[in-house]
Design a binder for this molecule. Structure first.
Ligand code: CTP
Ligand code: CA
Length: 225
């Protein structure tokens, strides 16, 4: 497309993008997960390829076809997603964490289907998953690292907290309580939060938003190198 020729802002760069939910098994037939569709991450991957990047899309289980022109690694659990994210990370210039990673997983996976007991209340024991984007951003030679923050209140405050705590370069803050945007929708509206700035991008299609985000990310990446 024409876009590939006039906006090769990421030509020669390697971009890793995590997308979709993770799925944490409880027994052979059950798991813990969330409603992430993967649409935002997949749209970002397309936009990054359009900008000339070599893209590795690390995707949890989604109902989206494998996109052309990039490498897609399919994973299930957060631990698998971390492993796929660290593979070849030294060659990664920009890391974008769009996945909705399950914060906790069952402490143990039952070998057989868990049977219904006599008790009315069942307790699940969960253990914290590794933080993928924080692990990447904690590396000595870290890539330019972009996280998402899905919030239902105090959007910018929480996003800034994540930026600092996880040592990120940029946070894409997303109000998931607003109707018509976020998780399963085709549209989104975000606020870009960095150490010294805030920028709101108004509601539009995830496709449109993805190409705007890639332009901003490329610009800031270039400024920091
Ligand atoms: N993330 C990650 N690995 C995790 C959890 C989150 O890489 N185990 C990434 C997400 O992909 C996102 C960012 O961290 O880019 C923020 O995710 P979010 O769920 O909003 O933040 P948490 O730190 O998990 O905090 P909380 O869910 O309590 O708001
Ligand atoms: Ca979380």
């Amino acid at each position: 497309t024409a876009e590939q020729f006039d906006t090769g802002v990421l030509a020669g760069k390697t971009v890793y993008i995590t997308a979709g939910p993770t799925r944490e098994p409880l027994d052979p037939v059950r798991y813990i997960s969330n409603h992430s569709s993967g649409k935002m991450g997949y749209a970002l991957a397309e936009a990054a390829v359009d900008a000339g990047a070599r893209v590795r899309l690390i995707s949890g289980p989604v109902n989206l076809p494998a996109p052309a022109r990039m490498e897609r690694v399919l994973v299930e659990t957060a631990e698998d997603m971390l492993e796929a994210s660290l593979e070849g990370i030294d060659g990664c210039d920009i890391f974008i964490a769009a996945a909705a990673v399950a914060d906790y997983r069952p402490t143990a996976v039952a070998e057989h289907k868990i049977k219904k007991g006599a008790e009315e209340i069942m307790e699940l024991h969960l253990v914290k998953n590794p933080d993928i984007v924080a692990t990447v951003a904690g590396r000595p030679d870290k890539p330019f690292t972009v996280g998402f923050a899905a919030e239902t209140r105090d959007l910018v405050d929480y996003a800034r907290g994540k930026l600092e705590r996880k040592n990120l370069d940029l946070v894409v803050a997303n109000d998931v309580s607003a109707p018509g945007i976020g998780f399963n929708s085709n549209e989104n509206a975000v606020t870009l939060v960095s150490r010294d700035s805030e920028l709101s991008l108004p509601q539009t299609s995830k496709r449109q938003l993805a190409s705007q985000l890639i332009r901003h990310i490329a610009e800031r990446y270039t400024q920091t190198r």
